[in-house]
Each structure stands twice: as structure tokens, then as C-alpha cells.
Design a protein around this ligand. Sequence first.
Ligand SMILES: [Ca+2]
Ligand SMILES: [Ca+2]
Length: 69
Amino acid sequence: MSTEPTGERLTELRQAFAALDTDGDGFITEKEFADHFPDLPADAAGSLNRADSDNDGRFSFEEFVRLVS
Ligand SMILES: [Ca+2]
Ligand SMILES: [Ca+2]
């Protein structure tokens, strides 16, 4: 069974992603994340790092979907 979000859920995720992607380059950097969640606890930052599956220091939409799913 696929865990790919579809329909409304995907639209919501795209809107959330776009809101976090301040400069609109299609990736969310740690800085963009921190700008939106300045009080992010350290353990949450750790799970962010794990969610960055290709370790390029930023989140693609695909990684973001995995993070919030
Ligand atoms: Ca960005
Ligand atoms: Ca990445």
C-alpha cells in the first residue's frame, strides 16, 4: 500500500511547503525552517536532520512529505 499523499492532502502539503520556502527556490533550508519555528527544540532539529535523506542540508518537497507524514 502506498503512503503517497493524494488529492486534498497533497494540496495542503504543497501550500505548507510553499509557506516555509520563503525564497521560493523549491527547497526548505534549515534557516527557512528556523525563521518559521524559532523555538524549535533541539530534539526536533535532530529529526529534521534525519529527514534530510540525501544530506544536502535542505528539504525537497519529497523529503518534506516524508517528514510530516
Ligand atoms: Ca528556499
Ligand atoms: Ca535534502
